[in-house]
Design a binder for this molecule. Structure first.
Ligand code: SER
Length: 334
């Protein structure tokens, strides 16, 4: 997601600067040094950890920060093996960046925009019967997640709302609304360029990429497992749209979005439309399946549509035919 976002910011940066307009400098931070093609997309990049408060303080001292896009996290499957570390990164890192945003706002006398990618994992459906009966789930329902990652995402959403509306409520020198916090609850995301790792929605992209490579794949959920998905370009488009929306248009801080929600076997049928020899077996891992069963089958994204014009670019069929398959074929034939 970071790479896609840098690319999208870079396109606008080039266009604006070419026509003589200004565009803020883009500064990227990652745990590992960015590859040169990613470095070329930003003005500066640093190696660093969102848990390193001193590094963040140094950045605060060196730059005037207008917007923060905070994408660092351990995903849901990985987090279940190291829940306390996940909490440290997912909540501790978010808190550090929110504090930086609030300090910067106080220094400059204007709010700092903050993007936080939340997740469908914020939901916790109590059981499969409730999930089936619930259908499309609204933003304020079923927020009792079953995973550490989900707990961390709900915490991030709540902290964001606190920094946006209530920060230092009792302090006499408090600034009102220091952080302009905006968040999207993403469904599973499928990219033609990268295979995710450490997530639980990974069975979708793993199945597709394995088929394109001609590899065997053991799908770790049941055939009837159903959650919403979207493509990576749609996720990037959603971030850019939400961040560009006038504040007055936003009725909430956290929004659902989704593009299509096939069952795992419908997903496989679509894969086989393009890779007819796909060698996928279903070998459900009951623990990972239970995570998918706790996530809704569909999300109500009416607020995102109304407030900031969210519309999916793709349905399942044209996501494959127009975006995923042509790029994946090109990638694996290189
Ligand atoms: N894709 C994420 C995961 O599976 C959910 O946000 O952990």
């Amino acid at each position: 997601m970071g790479h896609g976002l840098l690319k999208s910011l870079d396109e606008e940066r080039r266009e604006r600067r070419a026509s003589g307009e200004s565009f803020p400098a883009v500064i990227a931070i990652d745990l590992r040094e960015l590859p040169s093609e990613h470095r070329a997309l930003c003005d500066e990049s640093f190696t660093g950890d969102v848990c390193d408060e001193k590094m963040l303080e140094r950045l605060l001292a060196s730059y005037q920060i207008g917007s923060i896009y905070h994408l660092a996290a351990l995903l849901s499957t990985r987090s279940e093996f190291v829940p306390e570390i996940a909490h440290g990164v997912n909540v501790g890192g978010t808190l550090n960046l929110l504090r930086i945003a609030a300090e910067e706002a106080a220094n400059n006398g204007r709010p700092v925009q903050f993007f936080f990618p939340s997740s469908i994992a914020a939901y916790g459906m109590p059981d499969l019967a409730t999930k089936t009966a619930a259908g499309e789930v609204g933003e304020d329902q079923f927020l009792q997640p079953h995973t550490m990652y989900g707990c961390n995402k709900v915490a991030g959403e709540n902290l964001g709302n606190y920094y946006a509306h209530h920060y230092r409520k009792l302090a006499s020198d408090r600034m009102e609304f220091p952080v302009d916090f905006r968040s999207i609850r993403f469904p599973g995301i499928i990219s033609a360029d990268t295979v995710p790792s450490g997530g639980t929605s990974d069975y979708g992209p793993e199945m597709l990429h394995a088929a394109a490579r001609g590899d065997d794949y053991a799908c770790f959920v049941r055939r009837d497992a159903r959650i919403p998905f979207m493509t990576m370009p749609e996720a990037i488009d959603a971030i850019r749209r939400l961040m560009a929306a006038p504040k007055i248009a936003l009725s909430r801080t956290v929004y659902n979005v989704q593009s299509f929600n096939p069952s795992a076997s419908e997903f496989l049928e679509e894969v086989r439309e393009h890779f007819e020899d796909a060698k996928t077996e279903f070998e459900p891992d009951l623990a990972r399946q239970s995570i998918i069963d706790s996530w809704p089958a569909a999300c109500d994204d009416a607020a995102a549509r109304k407030d900031w014009g969210w519309v999916p670019t793709y349905d399942l069929s044209n996501a494959f035919s127009e975006y995923l398959v042509p790029r994946i074929r090109a990638r694996y034939s290189e």
